[in-house]
Structures are given as structure tokens and as C-alpha cells.
Design a protein. Structure first.
Length: 107
């Protein structure tokens, strides 16, 4: 169990670090000119973050579904990708993905 004082120290330091990073960008934003090429490069960042968040939870998770050798999250990811492509509905994709993952735990 984590000591309460240590937890709060970590949270405060992380919050201060986040505020410092954001403030530093705001503080120098008037003096720095961002080129169109740089704006174009920055536009790809959200697309790169999504796989970086999803891949570890899918590929490095040791599942419990014996029928798919513990790779139920990979199966659900593939099914959710198809659902997303066909329906273009984020809510339906999330709901069916979670339902699929829940049902895979029983097989």
C-alpha cells in the first residue's frame, strides 16, 4: 500500500510539472512563429497518441480466455475496428467493444 503523504507529494509534483509545461508554452507563444510545416507535423500527434495508448493494453495483457489463448483484447479490438468502420459511431463501437470483452471473459 502506498503511503498517503507520498501519494500526495507525487500528485502535487505532477500537477506543478503539468502547469509549468503549459505555462511555458503560453508564455513564449507570442514570441515564437510557427511555420505551416510545423503546424502540419503537429496535426499528426493525436493520431500517433491513440495507438501508443491502445497497443500496450492489447498486446501486453495476459488474458484469461483459453479459447483465444489469452488474446481476447486483440479479438475485441479487431471486432471494434470493423464495427467502427461500418457504423462510424463512437458510442456503438465503445459499447459493443466493452460488451465483447465482457463476454469473452466467460469463454
Amino acid at each position: 500500500m502506498i503511503d498517503s503523504a507520498y501519494l500526495w507529494q507525487c500528485l502535487v509534483l505532477i500537477a506543478l510539472g503539468t502547469i509549468a509545461i503549459r505555462f511555458s508554452i503560453i508564455a513564449v507563444s507570442e514570441r515564437v512563429v510557427i511555420t505551416e510545416r510545423t503546424k502540419e507535423i503537429f496535426s499528426f500527434i493525436p493520431a500517433a497518441i491513440v495507438p501508443a495508448l491502445i497497443a500496450p493494453s492489447v498486446f501486453f495483457h495476459k488474458g484469461s480466455a483459453a479459447i483465444v489463448m489469452g488474446k481476447e483484447r486483440l479479438i475485441v479490438l479487431l471486432v471494434a475496428t470493423v464495427i467502427s468502420f461500418l457504423t462510424r459511431s463512437t458510442l456503438l463501437t465503445i459499447a459493443l467493444g466493452l460488451l465483447g470483452l465482457y463476454l469473452m471473459r466467460f469463454f
